[in-house]
Design a binder for this molecule. Sequence first.
Ligand SMILES: Nc1nc2c(ncn2[C@@H]2O[C@H](COP(=O)(O)OP(=O)(O)O)[C@@H](O)[C@H]2O)c(=O)[nH]1
Ligand SMILES: [Mg+2]
Length: 301
Amino acid sequence: MNPDQVRDAVDGNRRALARTLTNIENGTTTIQSVRKILDKNETNHTLESWRSLAITGAPGVGKSCLIDKLLKIWAQDGIKIALLAIDPSSPRTGGALLGDRVRITAIDDEKIKNNIYIRSIATRKSSGSVPLIVADMVEFLLMAKWDRVIIETVGSGQSEVRCAAIADRIVVVEGPARGDGVQAEKAGLLELADAVVVNKSDLSGAEKHAEELLESFQLGIGDAPPVMLTSALNETGIIEAASTLLKLTDSGRSVRARWRERLLAHNERKILESPQLDDIIISLAEGLISVSEAIKILGGD
Ligand SMILES: Nc1nc2c(ncn2[C@@H]2O[C@H](COP(=O)(O)OP(=O)(O)O)[C@@H](O)[C@H]2O)c(=O)[nH]1
Ligand SMILES: [Mg+2]
């Protein structure tokens, strides 16, 4: 690892930034070593205002289009904002994220492009714990003087949910109602939500879905998170959403669910990144050790 590269990244060199992020992504640089170079401590953001925001929801609901519009507004306001787009890596397309690159047009705008940085993470390539790799990349971007980091991730699958849970705040993006109400499978994700955006408000069923969501939140414990309506296509509700999201406080109900996911992610890293993992799996398969013995070996710091 090259300490100058890390310092250059912090001084605004984008090439050095990209390289350092790649090093963190593929595990050749640890966040601990970066902290040492920059003389920073581990942070535990419990901030009034967030520094990382996950925008999550099913594929096709319009997350990327919405983020594009939000980036424009925030960057125009002088906020230096980075986007980490987590690519679920479809083996068919190779996970090139081509679709999303096309959708994020904010970086083509000369006036604001200095305030925007975009990077995709191909989860397929990773052998370690993706959520914690993302957490480390977020931490580095914040050390490198980016004011805020947005994480775009699809909201299904445990690893994807944990990628959202590493952020200070979580926004769940939904589309118009499909007539099936608020399903149980979505409930877990909604439990983590500090805000919900119902996008595609230009289509019928969006308002109805927003009402359904509010009703289901009112049945739960604690305060209901804000539910907003937007159309990324017609650019309605975007300015309001941009300002509400910027000031978003954590809904008390989401905090515990988030820490639970973070704890599980750290536990998973311990296992996945253990140099003994392969040997232990072989021993398990051969019946030489029990699962509790394996856990004991893996857990020993
Ligand atoms: N009607 C309508 N379509 C939208 C809106 N926002 C996005 N789309 C379309 O929905 C599709 C998926 O958008 P995308 O941002 O890639 O969704 P993502 O998978 O959630 O990131 C694209 O064809 C967009 O043009 C909207 O507000 N209204
Ligand atoms: Mg997208």
